[in-house]
Design a protein around this ligand. Structure first.
Ligand SMILES: NC(=O)c1ccc[n+]([C@@H]2O[C@H](COP(=O)([O-])OP(=O)(O)OC[C@H]3O[C@@H](n4cnc5c(N)ncnc54)[C@H](OP(=O)(O)O)[C@@H]3O)[C@@H](O)[C@H]2O)c1
Length: 221
């Protein structure tokens, strides 16, 4: 039986935990603690940062972890860098689970950009935008007084969002493209701004946008 620590926080990490628990391994999933009510994950769960590279390396040694698996979100870069260094310091085996980016399909109308700043500039005046980004990225759009933003977040923000014209939609993205289509239509959304996260959990909005012929301002990796 291997002692495994999964750095998680995404749907695929929970699926991996299920598989490894079923195979008989001793699995702990680590979550950053960003969401108030995270989905249940098979095996054990620990929550909160480790305190940088040294903290993670110490955790690996003190808990005699045989295998560290980095299955974090592709845009969560700090924890992945920490995982590489900490595994090396502690002499722990590291496995990195890559989540391939989504590929543009026939019918998609993607405007690809490489930063939040470029995404902000790419929005036409008067647009109604579904902003499907983490709360820490919203401030990049505060200069756009000429745009109505629909901001989707898992938990309500603790302080008011710095956007002049916006409304909040609370909850996780739907898995069913029909539900995402209903949101896009009911809110009269003209554009989506999101990052190319890959994976299944957030893809329904992309296929719904394709069905409706809506442009997606896609922040690439
Ligand atoms: N970025 C996204 O868009 C996104 C989307 C969905 C889910 N997530 C999940 O949310 C977490 C945080 O994302 P982020 O972009 O803020 O990450 P980040 O910038 O790479 O990490 C910032 C700090 O948060 C702590 N941390 C991050 N992931 C952790 C984990 N799984 N377990 C324990 N501590 C963790 C670490 O603190 P210490 O240095 O103190 O250890 C890390 O240095 C990630 O685990 C990711 O898988 C992120």
């Amino acid at each position: 039986m291997k002692k495994i620590l999964i750095l998680g926080g995404i749907r695929e990490a929970a699926e991996l935990a299920r598989q490894l628990v079923d195979e008989g391994d001793d699995v702990t999933t680590s979550l950053a603690g960003r969401t108030k009510n995270p989905d249940k994950v098979p095996g054990k769960v620990r929550i909160g940062g480790f305190g940088g590279v040294e903290g993670l390396a110490r955790h690996l040694e003190e808990n005699a972890i045989d295998l560290l698996i980095d299955c974090t979100h592709p845009f969560a870069r700090n924890i992945s860098a920490n995982a590489r260094q900490a595994a090396s310091l502690a002499g722990t085996q590291l496995r990195v689970v890559e989540r391939p980016p989504w590929q543009e399909q026939p019918g998609d109308c993607w405007h690809k950009v490489s930063s939040l700043e470029q995404a902000c500039k790419a929005i036409p005046a008067g647009a109604c935008v579904l902003l499907a980004l983490g709360s820490q990225h919203i401030a990049s759009f505060q200069t756009r007084r000429d745009v109505h933003f629909i901001v989707r977040m898992v938990d309500a923000p603790s302080t008011p969002l710095p956007l002049p014209d916006h409304e909040l939609v609370l909850g996780k993205p739907a898995i069913d493209p029909e539900q995402e289509r209903a949101l896009l239509t009911n809110k009269k959304i003209t554009h989506i701004v999101c990052r190319n996260s890959g994976g299944k959990g957030a893809y329904a909005k992309i296929s719904a946008a394709r069905d409706l012929g809506l442009p997606v301002i896609m922040i690439e990796r």
